[in-house]
Design a protein around this ligand. Sequence first.
Ligand SMILES: Cc1ncc(COP(=O)(O)O)c(C=O)c1O
Length: 499
Amino acid sequence: MEFGVCKQEMLQKKNAVLVDGVILNGPIMDSKAGEKFVEDACKIIMEEVVQKADDVTEKVCEWQAPEKLKQILDLEMRDTGECHQKVLQLCRDVIKYSVKTNHPRFFNQLYAGIDYYSLVARFITEALNPSVYTYEVSPVFLLVEEAVIKKMIEFIGWEEGDGIFNPGGSVSNMYAMNLARYKFCPEIKEKGLSGLPRLVLFASEECHYSMKKAASFLGIGTENVYFIKTDERGKMIPEELEKQVQRARKEGSAPFLVCATAGTTVLGAFDPLDKIADICEKHGLWFHVDMVERGMWLESVLELRPAVTLKAKKYSTIKAKSKIQASWGGSALISRKHRRLLHGIHRADSVAWNPHKMLLAGIQCCALLVKDNTGLLKKCYSAEAAYLFQQDKFYDVSYDTGDKSIQCSRRPDAFKFWLMWKALGTTGLEERVNRALALARYLVEEIKKREGFQLLLEPEYANVCFWYIPPSLRKMEDGPEFWQKLHQVSVMCYLRFTD
Ligand SMILES: Cc1ncc(COP(=O)(O)O)c(C=O)c1O
């Protein structure tokens, strides 16, 4: 409405350039009204999101069932726009009915709390709206990405390498799978899949489901992911891997990749990287390590409120289930105390590292890092679009790194990690990791002390898996009825969390 007034004023001006009824030399929006809107909305964000982020007296979520929520929110998009006050009220409603993922009592696999620096980094990049494909469009952010990748490579222990920030761990794993396949048969880029032997890759049975998705998406096929048995701690058994590689060869298929996991999704197990690297070397297989950690800030364990997640059947022999989980995989590299868990990581050909979880860098922030320094990443992914990646620009075009990506427009995700790292220093990040692990230790000790709680296994890292058995079930015999009742307990716990 306010903009309509502006348009009238413009039309009255003598120099208005009108084409097809459109004023071409007028503003596209009323910028003054827009600025005021941003200011008011920022105030709401500050008051309702940031300042309430660590207030335990606030609700995690104003939970409503979908149909009810549809009624409460005005979701319909109409021909005429709403006034600013109404839009601000919509912003308030969106915040009110959304889950406060920064809340200390928000328990979910992905989250670890709020980091103010990465939050501000997100504000900056949202405001600037850059795209990290070419240096001319994103000079600062491309240099930031380069610096962050260099530092991450240093922590992995490679002398050189390459990398690309992308939308997450799943995508990084897919990047790696495609890259490994390209390395195995470079002609695939032009010729496609036809004529290729049956390609087979290996991952532990505890690996993240993104391996299956990637195999399906890339046309490899989920049946060609050979899942390797794990030991009682959830680690890949190297001898089983060796057997499966030999089986694949006997079948006449072409093994090309092993995906190890450093910090599995449920148990937080670290596959034996060194031994797996030996097997990869022996058979000439690409060695990828998924150290995409998940995060759950464990401050609330001080009150010992069990978070509940259904566990895989495999563990159901050990009794009921409840767990607080926080796998921090790659972040262990930052901690001098815990980096031994990733012993052998320097032997990997590629690594997926996800600071948007445990390290609190804000979704999305994830890098695929590659040991190769011969430009393999670019060779594999580039399309050399002439309109964007001209080779005769006035600056060093090697900084136009966008052609390494499968995306065209790409967010400057490295910046969140960089600003946070600058503010906290490596020591600050290391303290975060150490603190999380100390909290996990504390939780373990508390579980051991409390009746009705059963530790599933001594955690190796930050995933603490335990069962909560309510008093009514404690004397019950193990059997189908016990399990059925126990599953109801977890549903009840979920309900209480949303209360
Ligand atoms: C081991 C592991 N790899 C990959 C992923 C997927 O990461 P993203 O959610 O960033 O796609 C997860 C997610 O929790 C994970 O636990």
